[in-house]
Design a protein around this ligand. Structure first.
Ligand code: NAP
Length: 337
């Protein structure tokens, strides 16, 4: 892409919006003009891009005149309300929310996995759920290497920044109160105390007993991998970590996998690396701190699975969910455009 683009970020002041700004700058995206949009609360604030102070404007239906690419990251209600206005103004929308992900005419894209799907867009391209992106970064090379994945069982360990700026504030306030021996402040984000705890609930419960977040991995995974056969049983857990998600995955494939072939497949895939040496002292495997502010996802603890003994592998993937799980993935989609 050589032509300079007019890029808008809706939700520029949020956890993901701030990271989108960084990704555009760090990746030298050909931005000719940048429009930063947020709620009326932020109008008049400024944010820095390439050393220039840019004012934040209130998002309105008229915000997208002459915009080429609109990166949306202000929640699904805002995407549903303002996304169509952006499309009507001839902008291509890359939407980070769940608003359009499962609509048949909207491509749901992880560039390293199904980048070609971008071409089918009709104005809107959706960024998948963060836990799904991180899982697929580790899983897709194995899906390709071993004849296709059929079933996965996964548990996630999700950082509080996945709930946006308010999640970080809630954990910080609870940690501080615990350290000072003071009563915990009123909870606003999580259904239980998150400091010194883990909560086996991310998002709301559905009729089948799974949460919405857990079913996203199943539905979005099938759409991204173009697979009608994949079944995913997932338990999503919020942990008192500030940033970067981890996922423990057991996957069954059509063909018998080997640990060596799995390592080779992951090592030769873009955007993902193997960190896996249990003989080292201390043992090497990736942790959330290892990927925070990094682009690549990391995979470790790769082993033959004892339950899916014939055709299964168990492994551990970590990724920065604000970056690869959201902002970076959206900017990579914009680069494909
Ligand atoms: P956040 O930190 O709470 O930021 C929300 C952003 O939306 C802020 O810029 C906020 O502006 C803006 N906003 C809120 N109400 C608005 C309104 N009425 N009009 C215009 N702008 C409004 O949330 P976030 O974590 O960045 O998440 C944003 C989206 O990304 C959500 O759909 C989320 O599900 C998705 N996502 C988040 C992550 C993650 O790790 N955090 C990962 C993947 C996907 P003000 O500052 O003015 O309030």
């Amino acid at each position: 892409m050589s032509e300079l683009k007019h890029v808008a970020i809706a939700g520029a002041t949020g956890a993901v919006g701030v990271e989108m700004l960084k990704c555009l700058e760090q990746r030298d995206f050909p931005v000719g003009q940048l429009t930063l949009l947020a709620s009326a609360r932020s109008a008049g604030k400024t944010m820095t891009f390439r050393g220039e102070e840019i004012p934040v404007q209130e998002l309105t239906a008229d915000s997208f005149k002459h915009v080429d690419i609109a990166l949306f990251s202000a929640g699904s209600g805002i995407s549903k309300e303002f996304g169509p206005h952006a499309v009507a103004s001839n902008a291509v929308v890359v939407d980070n929310s769940s608003a359009f992900r499962m609509e048949p005419e909207v491509p749901l894209v992880v560039p390293e996995v199904n980048g070609g799907d971008v071409e089918k867009h009709a104005g809107i391209i959706a960024n998948p759920n963060c836990t799904t992106i991180i899982t697929l970064m580790g899983l897709n090379p194995l899906h390709q290497a071993f004849g296709g994945v059929t079933r996965i069982i996964a548990s996630s360990y999700q950082a509080v920044s996945g709930s946006g700026a308010q999640g970080i504030i809630e954990l910080e306030a609870q940690n501080k109160a615990l350290a000072l021996g003071e009563p915990l402040p009123e909870r606003k984000v999580y259904p239980h105390q998150i400091a010194s705890n883990v909560i086996p609930q991310v998002d709301v419960f559905l009729e089948n007993g799974y949460t919405k977040e857990e079913m996203k991995m199943h539905h979005e995974g099938r759409k991204i991998l173009h697979s009608d056969e994949l079944v995913a049983s997932v338990t999503c857990v919020r942990v008192p970590v500030y940033r970067s998600h981890a996922v423990a995955i057991t996957a069954e494939f059509h063909n018998e996998p080997s640990v060596e072939a799995a390592r080779l497949a992951i090592e030769s895939a873009p955007g993902v690396q193997v960190v896996d040496d249990i003989t080292a002292s201390p043992a090497k495997y990736p942790t959330p701190l290892d990927v925070t502010n990094a682009d690549d996802c990391l995979v470790g603890r790769i082993r033959r699975d004892l339950v899916f003994a014939e055709k299964g592998l168990t492994f551990w993937v970590v990724g920065d969910q604000v970056r690869k799980g959201a902002a970076l993935n959206a900017v990579q989609i914009a680069e494909l455009l």
